[in-house]
Design a protein around this ligand. Structure first.
Ligand code: 2NL
Length: 360
């Protein structure tokens, strides 16, 4: 009797003391396993007389049931405690940044973005985009554009010439996008309204010049296309590109071989603390050159200057990108540094459109 009481108290104390499921399992095996203390007691019942068994049976079975019950209860409370501990220890950090969606990873280079912006603005005014080769003939790059023989731009000093071919012809890396306008005039009948964005090359390299840079030129040819149309188009372009409601412009007489008259165009700006703003202030900034297409150029393209006239303009894309987006140095444009691109680049889905503002 007292042995059974003693064993029971002992087992229940061990169950209570078990700190985790492994310790509890050890206690269970020691009591209820094949050779466990309680199992051994149960085995003694077989050798007893019926009277003895009648008396001892319920006591031993009772002991087994209570020990089993205590183990089951302890098992449940240990599992609960383990769950509580996990819940207390594990945290979801809701402040962790969500990774960018695959379709918005990567960055669009500012030059590409600005070309898209220009295209959206001029497309809205009925212009299409023309393209041409980077390697041009001397004729299309210079002669057709009314550059006289011996003009300084035709010097080795300024232009990248390729080795002469079997006919002795020296191709050039185009020094402007104008040859594409020549190609356009030779290929299609007016009215013509095109812009030509693209890579251009000059033998020039310093803080503000790279040997490869980008230009956009525009061309309008029609029977009556005149300077008033040109001024309107350029003003609408400047307002849309710099995203201002009004901007004063200044047309200064200038000279280009391919236009007559020619002008350089400044836009109104303010400069405060190194920051340039457009459409306000009393300062001026040169942004493009333009003019009425020279009659010789029209003739070179098979157009009769007495029937057709038009205007053209050209500007540096790299330069207007720097101005608009406040990029102080031109050189990183061409260094393929992902840190710079992450800073100044654009998200792939920020596609410029005039609907709801160019860069909304
Ligand atoms: C500038 C000035 C200009 C043109 C480009 C042009 C093209 C043809 C005929 C006549 Cl085919 N003109 N292009 C006209 C005036 C100025 O560029 O400063 N560019 C950066």
């Amino acid at each position: 009797m007292t042995d059974l009481n003693h064993l029971e108290r002992d087992l229940l104390t061990q169950v209570e003391a078990a700190g985790d499921e492994a310790a509890l399992e050890t206690v269970r095996v020691a009591a209820l396993g094949k050779k466990g203390s309680v199992s051994e007691l149960l085995k003694t019942l077989g050798a007893m007389t019926p009277e003895e068994r009648k008396e001892r049976g319920p006591l031993i079975n009772g002991l087994r049931d209570r020990v089993q019950g205590a183990i089951a209860a302890k098992k449940e409370s240990l599992a609960e405690a383990a769950l509580e501990a996990r819940l207390a220890a594990e945290r979801i950090d809701v402040t962790l940044p969500v990774p960018e969606a695959p379709e918005s990873r990567g960055r669009i280079h500012p030059i590409s973005q600005v070309i898209e912006e220009l295209t959206a603005i001029f497309a809205d005014m009925g212009f299409s985009v023309a393209e041409g080769p980077d390697i041009e003939t001397d004729y299309l790059n210079f002669t057709a554009l009314n550059f006289p023989e011996g003009h300084p731009a035709r010097e080795m000093h300024d232009t990248f010439f390729l080795a002469p071919d079997e006919k002795g012809e020296r191709k050039v890396l185009r020094t402007h996008t104008s040859p594409v306008q020549i190609r356009t005039m030779m290929a299609q009948k007016p009215p013509i309204r095109v812009i030509i964005p693209g890579r251009t090359y000059r033998h020039d390299s310093d803080q503000t010049h790279t040997p490869m840079f980008h230009q956009v030129e525009g061309l309008v040819i029609d029977k009556q296309a005149n300077i008033a149309h040109m001024k309107w188009i350029l003003e609408e372009f400047c307002k849309a590109f710099f995203e201002v409601d009004q901007v004063k412009m200044r047309f200064r007489p200038s000279f280009f071989p391919f236009t007559e008259p020619s002008a350089e165009v400044d836009i109104q700006c303010s400069r405060k603390g190194g920051e340039i703003r457009f459409g306000e202030g009393n300062d001026w900034l040169e942004i493009l050159g333009c003019g009425m297409v020279h009659p010789n150029v029209l003739r070179n393209c098979g157009l009769d200057p007495d029937e057709y006239q038009g205007f053209a303009w050209g500007m540096g894309i790299d330069r207007i990108a720097m101005l608009k987006y406040g990029m102080p140095d031109l050189r990183p444009f061409f260094e393929a540094d992902v840190r710079w691109l992450n800073h100044y680049g654009f998200r792939p889905l920020d596609i410029p459109s005039l609907v709801g503002g160019l860069t909304a």
